[in-house]
Structure formats: structure tokens, C-alpha cells
Write a protein that binds this ligand. Structure first.
Ligand code: SF4
Length: 183
């Protein structure tokens, strides 16, 4: 029997809804466990550092902070097949709603001063928050992507339609609005 594929799931600036959709795979998760070893995931392991020699990574979320960018670069350097997982990864989507406000300063003012219930205060301590990038960006604007998996979140059927062939060494083929529609 060939070795199990080394699978990672990565959470950048997203709501984790794409990860939650993974759990809707229900019984197929048992089959997945025979085909793949989960080597890094915010929902399935407590591994802190992204490992080397990862075969497939599902990357959820846009790239909105310096921390997101550093992790994404680690993922790209150590992964054979990077899957842009969900609409935030593909287009910035909800995370990108802040982009029309301008750079980090107006975003922080809006969140911590204008929308504050009481007396707002900007976070001031160095390192208190990860540094915001000028804009929240889709993954493919920063690193090459092998596979795109749209949806907000992608349905379990759609996730399986991508993961199953990848884990068997085949190229996934998403077709038609049922599998390709955003949202
Ligand atoms: S694509 Fe939708 S479900 Fe996934 S992280 Fe973004 S907002 Fe959440």
C-alpha cells in the first residue's frame, strides 16, 4: 500500500467557516483518515510549526497581516499542492471589505474608536496585534496556487470533489455552477 499523503489545513484571515465545512464530510472523514495523515491543522492537531514535506495544504482566508504572510510563505515553501480554500482565499471576500477604508490606520480607527461602545483606545503596545497589511489580499496574489476551491464556505461535496482526486494523485475537475459558483 502506498504511503498516506501528508495533509495540512491552514487558517489565515478567515472566519473558520471553511474549516467547519470540513466536518460536514461526515463518514468520508474515515476514508480520508486512511488516505491522509493530518500533519498540521488548527482543528485537528496542536503542532505549532508548519512541517516540511507537506503534500497538500488547504489554505483558508485572505492574507491580512504580517503573521498571515509569514505563515503563507512557510506553507508555500514546504507544500507540493497548495489549495486556495474558500472565497476569502480566492478573492479576499469578507476579509477584503476593509480595503476601501484605506490602509491600517483608518481600519484601526474604525474598529477601536468609531465603533467603540465606551471610550475607545487604539492598541498601542508594540506587538499587541499582528501588523495589518495595507490591503487584505487573495492568496494567489502572493504565492503560486495549484488548485482553487471556491465557496463561502465550500460545501462538503465540493471539498470532497477536490480532496479525493488529489489524495489519489489525480487532478481535480470542478465543473458547472454547482461546483464553481462563489458564495
Ligand atoms: S470564505 Fe466564507 S466561510 Fe470561508 S473563511 Fe471566508 S467568510 Fe468564512
Amino acid at each position: 500500500m502506498s504511503r498516506r499523503q501528508r495533509l495540512a489545513t491552514v487558517w489565515l484571515a478567515g472566519c473558520s467557516g471553511c474549516h467547519m465545512s470540513l466536518f460536514d464530510l461526515d463518514l468520508w472523514l474515515l476514508e480520508l483518515a486512511e488516505l491522509a495523515e493530518i500533519v498540521y491543522s488548527p482543528v485537528a492537531s496542536d503542532v505549532k510549526h508548519y512541517p516540511t514535506d507537506v503534500d497538500i495544504a488547504l489554505v483558508e482566508g485572505a492574507v491580512a497581516t504580517s503573521d498571515n504572510l509569514a505563515l503563507l510563505r512557510q506553507v508555500r515553501a514546504n507544500t507540493t499542492t497548495l489549495v486556495s480554500f474558500g472565497d476569502c482565499a480566492l478573492s479576499a471576500n469578507v476579509t477584503g471589505l476593509r480595503n476601501p477604508l484605506g490602509g491600517p490606520e483608518p481600519v484601526l480607527r474604525r474598529a477601536y474608536l468609531e465603533l467603540a461602545d465606551g471610550s475607545g483606545q487604539l492598541p498601542w503596545a508594540p506587538g499587541l496585534l499582528p501588523e495589518l497589511l495595507e490591503r487584505a489580499l487573495p492568496v494567489h496574489e502572493l504565492v503560486p496556487v495549484e488548485v482553487y476551491l471556491p465557496g463561502c464556505p465550500p460545501s462538503a461535496d465540493r471539498i470532497r470533489a477536490v480532496l479525493e482526486p488529489l489524495l489519489r494523485g489525480q487532478r481535480p475537475q470542478l465543473r458547472g455552477p454547482e461546483q464553481l459558483r462563489f458564495g
